[in-house]
Design a protein around this ligand. Structure first.
Ligand code: DSN
Length: 430
């Protein structure tokens, strides 16, 4: 049986213990480069696994539909206070179970069915809940899209960045009730100011989906959209390094509508164990050490992008200003798809995800792109030197993808590297 620090707690279920052991081994002996993942602290893990999972607490602090919520009320208030302080917001809702739930709750709170919303198209870097035809959001609301500028060979202006002329012209043409800023596959800093200006010009609300960059904002590495946006929605588990979940902060004028949309509009009982873990994460993110961490995430991503370029990979938009690099694999190898690259790298112990790139000729299931991120391995203590080495390992595995021995050799190199950077080195058996 493969062992993990949870063995002492799960004494009655060998199958679950074994699978947890295997996942423990996977996470600590291979490289986690998925841009939306991170390693939560042992304190966050412990709060997530706490007895608060036992408690029903439909409603909000002081207005619950069940008894016995004195402690839970204090816990949720603590999480809300920490979150409003972290971002300088008027109001916080910490109940969304996920980022998608948070986004849909914002739409439900501030829009009527059929209202027009302007957001970034999924294949340009947006998210499913920004009106993708596959998402319920496109059925309830009338989404129109903006995208990125065309690619250019000018190194001073490489293109593939948010096209604010397109945002403005779409806004003037469609007069949306809401504009959504924010992306999931976009490696550039998103400035909230031009979004606010365009929203004001057409009388639209501004929602900022900061799921990917919430941690970078908390650490001060990216600008805070809270002074500019009506609402900011995000996940708590990406760069923010908390438990899996969502949260919303908003201006006081929207507080009541946002709360009603989350509960009872979208959800039933809140996950108070996750809320306790969010409180832990918000405290961690408020510490000066967290700013050092988020600056290091960005610096690592920039070193990673440069080292990948040396290996012949092209970064979409020519580089990065956040925690991710979106690779156009065609430059490295015209035949290599994102799907194959992800599978080969999995075998080499390097976990990534395939991703469409702007104007991708291949489908979302195959793709010409690969998305990599630095947040998790930066948590584990890796710096620019390690990311430069990882770029070389990726290139070796992908160049030799028909050669199983070469891939195994990279996997051994990965294991050696990971052995010096275990994110849970001090998290021993209870
Ligand atoms: N799954 C998230 C991501 O990977 O970006 C978006 O929902």
């Amino acid at each position: 049986m493969v062992s993990s620090p949870f063995d002492a707690w799960i004494t009655n279920d060998d199958e679950v213990t074994e699978l947890l052991g295997q996942e423990w081994q996977r996470q600590t002996t291979t490289l986690q480069l998925i841009a939306s993942e991170n390693f939560a602290s042992p304190a966050v893990l412990a709060a997530t696994g706490s007895i608060l999972t036992n408690k029903y607490a439909e409603g909000y602090p002081g207005r619950r539909y069940y008894g016995g919520n004195q402690v839970v009320d204090e816990m949720e208030d603590l999480a809300r206070r920490r979150l409003t302080a972290l971002f300088g917001a008027d109001h916080a809702n910490v109940q969304p179970h996920s980022g998608a739930n948070a986004n849909v709750a914002v739409y439900q709170a501030l829009l009527e069915p059929g209202d027009t919303v302007l957001a970034m198209r999924l294949d340009q870097g947006g998210h499913l809940t920004h009106g993708s035809p596959a998402s319920i959001t496109s059925k309830w609301w009338n989404f129109v899209a903006y995208g990125v500028t065309p690619r250019s060979d000018d190194p001073e202006n490489p293109g593939e960045m948010i096209d604010f002329e397109n945002v403005r012209s779409q806004a003037l043409e469609h007069r949306p009730k809401m504009i959504v800023a924010g992306a999931t596959a976009y490696s550039r800093l998103i400035d909230p100011v031009p979004f606010r200006e365009i929203a004001d010009e057409v009388g639209a609300l501004l929602m900022f989906d900061s799921a990917h960059v919430a941690g970078l904002i908390a650490g001060g590495s990216h600008p805070n959209p809270v002074p500019y946006a009506d609402v900011v929605a995000f996940t708590t588990h990406k760069t923010l390094r908390g438990p899996r979940g969502g949260a919303i902060v908003c201006r006081e004028e929207h507080a009541k509508k946002i709360d009603s949309a989350v509960f009872p509009g979208q959800q039933g009982g809140p996950l108070e164990h996750a809320i306790a873990a969010k409180a832990v994460a918000f405290k961690e993110a408020a510490s000066p050490r967290f700013s050092t961490y988020t600056d290091q995430i960005v610096s690592n991503a920039q070193a990673f992008s440069a080292a990948l370029a040396e290996e012949g990979f092209r970064s979409v938009s020519g580089g990065t200003q956040n925690h991710m690099v979106l690779l156009d694999l065609r430059e490295f190898d015209e035949e290599l798809t994102g799907k194959v690259a992800q599978e080969v790298l999995d075998r080499a112990g390097i976990t990534t995800n395939r991703n469409t790139i702007p104007d991708d000729p291949r489908s979302a299931f195959i793709t010409s792109g690969l998305r990599v991120g630095t947040a998790a391995q930066t948590t584990a203590g890796m710096n620019e030197g390690e990311f430069t080495a990882i770029a070389a390992m990726m290139a070796t595995a992908l160049r030799n993808r028909q050669d199983e021995e070469a891939i195994k050799a990279v996997r051994r190199e990965v294991a050696t590297l990971c052995s010096g950077f275990n994110p849970y080195a001090n998290f021993t058996k209870q």
